[in-house]
Design a protein around this ligand. Sequence first.
Ligand code: DX5
Ligand code: ZN
Length: 226
Amino acid sequence: MDTRAVKLAPSILAADFAHLGKQVGEAEQAGADRIHIDIMDGHFVPNISMGVPIVASLRRVTRLPLEIHLMISDPDVFLDEFTEAGSDAFLVHWEGNNHVHRTVHRVKALGKRVSVAINPATPAAVLEEILHDVDQVVVMTVNPGFGHQPFIHTTLPKIRRVRQMINELKPGCDLEVDGGIDATTAPLVVSAGANVLVAGSAIFGEGDGVGAAMQRLRAAAHQAMT
Ligand code: DX5
Ligand code: ZN
């Protein structure tokens, strides 16, 4: 895996919401590839977070693509609203959705990038029939719902399997990982084949600022090459 191509997606879940615009600006300055926005409904996951107005506000202060991670029970209901607010990409879960193919094609019909995300206990094989239709696959490396959780190491073989599947069936499809990514785990997931790293607390929760934290993550991802 060529780590020069590793992309960073800061998750604002760990940001200081009183200074959100400033922190996203710092991430943009430091070379973030996109901003990851976690939407939770207290039903699909045992937590609530933010909604459409955050996307509309951020759209006015950054040019970066806004990637919306929908951890909600009925994602189809909110796709239009999030799109109008300025979203560029949607992550929808395989779990809890009897009609993932339909949801994926709704996102495509809106002209937005689409990803399917799978939880730690969900096998890679469920992606096989939908891979051709998506721009990105997301392997959750924690159980979704909260920031700052420890990385689940048993997801590493699955990342390798998904990378293999992508290389065989859809080269060019991104492989994103989400949860517990920091300077220690970044080299592991990059070696396993991930090329997009979501990071919340490792970017917004560090004492020395967003830029320094992102530099550390990039350097760590490069370790995977040596
Ligand atoms: C978890 C979210 C993640 C979260 C990651 O449910 O999907 O995007 O913000 O946070 P960290 O990087 O702190 O594990
Ligand atoms: Zn997320």
